[in-house]
Design a protein around this ligand. Structure first.
Ligand SMILES: Nc1ncnc2c1ncn2[C@@H]1O[C@H](COP(=O)(O)OP(=O)(O)O)[C@@H](O)[C@H]1O
Ligand SMILES: [Mg+2]
Length: 275
């Protein structure tokens, strides 16, 4: 019997998910200074929470800034939602930034404004000054209230933001970020000013949002055990280079200690959490 080669049936379509963020060989230097990021690779996929670890000065904030065009890219590339960030013009960058929710260590709320108004300002991203003056629609208000409910502080909607605890303020900041309908959330040391129990709650909330809404969350932390407990993947930076990049389940504190110049002692970790 002769065998003939028949054409193969079409392969079942295995759709490889595209990363929302794809950073390749990224180099960043401020002015004439040294490289603060030196050949960084990073992918962020829908639904995952990636913890960015590293000592102070290792380049965590710079890497986040490079995703929204706030860091001087001197080599390699950063692609976010299909855009080559380094090639975007000012107006295009504004459009990109409107799609990126940001959460900061110091919450960055307007303290004298109500919690609800703070959340509503998330809707102004990408809106021109006329919209900003024109006020908010009732649909905006309803959505802001629903988001406050989701983060567990709807009962504080009319309170001045500055009267809330740190953990509550960070929830407001997260609701504000969600108000943007973000495609990506960047959280730069979001729990560095919170006590341990608040830290866990806020990180749990971020991970829940990533999973439920399919939004990638990149969260920088300098406390190792928080990264191990509240992320799907860890990327460890040291002196601007990626030293570790692995699923969290495959990592432990010993392996991650390598990203620190001086491995943190348990006591320092406790201090860090308490700060
Ligand atoms: N705007 C800036 N101008 C000059 N140097 C900067 C600037 N921002 C950060 N750096 C330097 O870049 C390096 C990385 O800083 P950063 O990204 O803030 O690290 P991390 O967030 O991990 O602490 C540090 O050496 C810091 O001094
Ligand atoms: Mg930083």
């Amino acid at each position: 019997m002769t065998t003939t080669t028949a054409p193969l049936p079409p392969a079942p379509s295995v759709t490889t998910p595209e990363p929302l963020v794809s950073v390749r060989g990224l180099r960043v230097a401020y002015g004439d200074g040294p490289l603060v990021l030196d050949g960084v690779d990073l992918d962020l996929f829908a639904g995952e929470t990636v913890a960015l670890l590293g000592s102070s000065g290792s380049g965590k904030s710079t890497l986040m800034r490079s995703l929204t065009g706030f860091a001087p890219i001197t080599g390699g590339s950063a692609r976010v939602a299909g855009h080559d960030v380094g090639a975007l013009r000012r107006g295009q960058l504004r459009g990109l930034r409107a799609q990126v929710g940001q959460v900061f260590q110091q919450f960055n709320l307007v303290g004298r404004l109500s919690v609800l108004t703070n959340v509503l300002t998330g809707a102004l991203h990408g809106a021109g000054p006329i919209n900003a003056v024109g006020g908010f629609t009732s649909a905006d208000r309803q959505r802001a209230l629903a988001l406050l409910d989701r983060v567990g502080i709807a009962h504080k909607a009319t309170d001045q933001a500055r009267t809330l605890s740190g953990g509550q303020q960070q929830r407001v900041a997260i609701a504000r970020a969600l108000m943007q309908r973000p495609r990506l959330i960047l959280a730069d040391e979001p729990v560095a000013s919170l006590d341990p129990s608040m830290s866990h709650q806020v990180l749990e909330l971020l991970q829940e949002i990533a999973r439920t809404d399919g939004i990638p969350v990149l969260v920088s932390l300098h406390v190792l055990h928080l990264a191990l407990e509240h992320s799907d993947r860890v990327v460890g930076l040291r002196h601007g280079e990626v030293l570790v990049s692995a699923p969290t389940a495959e990592l432990d504190a010993d392996r991650l200690a390598a990203v620190y110049d001086v491995p943190p002692t348990d006591e320092q970790e406790a201090d860090d959490v308490a700060r």
